[in-house]
Structure formats: C-alpha cells, structure tokens
Design a protein around this ligand. Structure first.
Ligand code: NIG
Ligand code: FE
Length: 422
C-alpha cells in the first residue's frame, strides 16, 4: 500500500460528516439519512496542495498517513467535523447603511413601502455609486472575515447596487479583487437587473437595452452567472427572459431571484432557461416545483430574509423536497433585507421554520449549495482529492446543530488545508 503524507491530521472526531455516500448530486431524495458519518473519525490534509489526503476511522487514518516534518495533529474529541459551508447567494459589495430601516419596519412599514419612500435598494445604489472603490473593498473584506469566522469557505456574491455600466463594472472589479486576495473562494454574479434605477423610471426599455448592449459586453469576463430580480416592481417574466438569454449568449449561466414577494412564474422561467438555481421561492407554484425538479434547477432557500422581513409565508420546502427539487440554503447577506453572516443561523431557521431535518439542512449548506454554484466536484463533501475546506464545531452530534441558533459553534476553520481560525 502506498504511504500517504499530510501536514495536518484531525483525529478522534465524535462524528466526521463526509457526505461522500451521497451519489446523486444535487441530492434529490426526499429524506436524507446518510451523511457518510464516521464515528471516531479522522481526516488528513495536505496544505501544499490544499487537498484532502484521507478520511476514515482515526486508527485507520493514522496507520495509512505519515505526518510530514513540522506537521500538526489536532484532536476533535467530542466535536463534529464537516465540510466548510458554501453560501450560494450573498450581496457583499455596497455602500452606505440602512440601519434606520429597522425602526421603520418595527413601526409597521413593509419592505416595499420603505423602497417606495426612497429607501431600500435605491438608497444603497446612490451610496454605492458615491463610494470609493477602496472603501467598498474594505467594507466587503470586513463582511467576508465575519463569514469565514462563521464557517463559510466558499460563497457567491453579486453586483447589483451599481445599476449603470461604470458602477456595475466597479462592483465586479471589487469582487474580482476579493476573489484574488481573500482566503474565501468567491464566485461572481452580475445582477445589473436588480431594479430599474431611478433615472430610468420612465424608460424601462432604455435600461434593459443599456444592460444588454453595454453592460453585459463590459462585464462578461468578470462574472460567471447572470441574475435577475424577477418581481412586481423589479423585472417581469418577459424582461427577465430577455436579460437571462442575453446573459447566456455572453457565457453567463442564469440564476433568478424568484417568487419572493409574490407569484410571477419565475420558477417556471428558471426551468425554461435552464437556470442553475432559482432563489427565495416563498410563492412558488406546484407547476414551478414540478418544472424545477424536471430540469434539476436548484432551489436556493433564504430563510434569513423571510425571517428578517417578518414575512408570514416561508417557502414550501417540504413540498419541494417531496417533488424532487434539489434544495440548497444561503444567507442572502445584503444591505437591507438580511444581515446575517451565519449559515448556522440559516440552518436553525431551516429546521424550525421550514421543517427541514438536520440532515437536509447540512446537505443543503454543503454539497447542494456547491451544486448551486457548479462546484460539486471540488467542494461540499470530505473526499480524497477534494479541497480541504472543513470545520471543527463545538457540537458532539450533528443533530444538535439547529439548537444553537444565533450562536457560532465553529471552533476551527481549515481552508485549502490550512488552519485559518483556531
Ligand atoms: O435578495 N430581493 C432582492 N434583493 C435582495 C435585497 C436587497 C436589498 O434590500 O438591498 C435580496 O433579498
Ligand atoms: Fe438576493
């Protein structure tokens, strides 16, 4: 047998959640019972390649793997080890602060009312346009640091607070800089269709023309996905279709903010244009679920936003799972409607409000969220050869995960085989 070498071995985990037994990716089965758990588990990683070298029972890994000189052994006794969280929907680049909106909402104003009164996305767009690139970058770095501390090792993030060519480009250049320099892996999405900006209020067609003819060619090398906020007061189904198809023609895969505040048919559109994901989905129809299941469009569920906007209606996730829609979870961290860094908090909400099982919540935050970013072959499970992105959590049994809502149980974050928080 070939001798394996590693420079970090984590041993004696009460449970090592490998998720490697999940064959269908994204995971479609209604109830997921098998997280590929190894009790008294161990994982060996190579920090030079940033890859996983071996997983198994502690005794087995220690007999197979030789620790390199200067290497480290870390005990995870009484703790669980699992893949780093993948957060497939965030908005981390924006200027200004909307902290005052919480008081308006506490006085009974809705998200839409605040937006109509000049708050919401429009407010953040003005502040983002005014802000210097270096300030936006610094602010985003601060957010990423907090997310990493909460266990997120890969995330998607969007432009969408620029809404003109100069500022969408500025936002995506910031995202590229973050992707190059930050330890978190970052996947960039173009969201020029977040809202029609105020200067185009009476010329929607003009804005869509600008987006398609000027913005898309300018940003196409800086983004992987093209997203549209498909909603009453944002973009209609027809407009979303036109934008997503134009994005596709520039090599950007479609994603949609769909059925968040009302039903428009965004889920059906996601299936029609072969979107990689449709996100939010509080008002999804049965037909929408059926079509998403058929086309394997991942449902990215954002219960933090539903909670923070104090909406009555949560997405019908149990129905989606039963109909075979692959479900992922994300924070939707953004300037106004959801300010959480924590995938752990999202998992608690998913179990308590959406009736997901702890197993489903873990799958939805790791391998399925990797699927929502087309990264399932590299991240999202602990398998030999995959990226060594993993967490040690101060929990002895994964089923306790939803119990600790709003707290950070992540003790150690390992990214690309290196300890970044201990
Ligand atoms: O995903 N739905 C639209 N966009 C964001 C909210 C953005 C904002 O309020 O600034 C979301 O929830
Ligand atoms: Fe969003």
């Amino acid at each position: 047998m070939t001798q394996l070498f590693a420079d970090l071995i984590i041993e004696h985990a009460s449970q090592l959640l490998t998720l490697k037994t999940l064959k269908d990716k994204p995971v479609l089965v209604p109830v997921i019972n098998d997280l590929g758990i190894i009790e008294d588990g161990s994982i060996a990683v190579d920090s030079e390649t940033g890859r996983i070298v071996a997983t198994g029972k502690t005794e087995e890994v220690l007999s197979l793997v030789t620790l390199k000189e200067g290497g480290k052994r870390l005990s995870a006794r009484g703790k669980i080890v699992l893949p780093g969280f993948v957060d497939p929907h965030t908005h981390v680049v924006f200027g200004g602060s909307r902290i005052e909106e919480i008081n308006m909402r506490l006085q009974g104003k809705t998200y839409q009312e605040i937006q109509q009164a000049g708050g919401g996305i429009h407010f953040t767009v003005s502040a983002t346009r005014r802000a210097a690139k270096s300030d936006l970058l610094e602010k985003a770095e601060h957010i990423l640091h907090a997310m990493l501390r909460h266990g997120t090792t890969t995330l998607e993030t969007k432009s969408g607070y620029g809404l003109n060519t100069e500022n969408e480009l500025k936002s995506l250049e910031i995202i590229r800089e973050l992707a190059i320099n930050h330890v978190i892996d970052i996947v960039p999405t173009f969201l020029g269709a977040h809202l029609v900006p105020e200067e185009y209020l009476y010329d929607r067609k003009g804005y869509i023309k600008l987006l398609i003819e000027e913005m898309l060619p300018a940003i196409m090398d800086l983004a992987e996905f093209c997203d549209v906020f498909c909603e009453d007061k944002a973009f209609s189904i027809e407009e979303a279709r036109e934008i997503l198809l134009a994005g596709k023609a520039c090599g950007l895969l479609p994603k949609i903010h769909a059925e968040q505040l009302s039903y428009l048919g965004g889920a059906e559109l996601a299936a029609e244009v072969n979107a990689i994901s449709a996100d939010h989905l509080e008002y999804i129809s049965l037909e929408g679920m059926k079509r998403m299941a058929e086309e394997k469009v991942v449902a990215v569920i954002l219960p933090g936003a539903t909670f923070f906007l104090n909406m009555e209606r949560y997405p019908p996730v149990r129905d989606m799972i039963e109909k075979g829609v692959p479900v992922a979870l994300a924070t939707d961290y953004n300037a106004g409607s959801c300010w959480t860094y924590s995938m752990q908090m999202v998992m608690s909400l998913a179990c308590i409000k959406l009736k997901m099982t702890p197993e489903e919540a873990i799958v939805a935050s790791t391998i399925n969220s990797a699927c929502a970013l087309k990264r399932e072959n590299f991240i999202g499970s602990l398998e030999t050869g995959k990226k060594a992105d993993l967490l040690i959590c101060d929990i002895s049994d994964y089923t306790h995960m939803p119990f600790y809502f709003g707290t950070n149980q992540v003790l150690t974050v390992i990214k690309n085989g290196k300890i970044v928080f201990l």
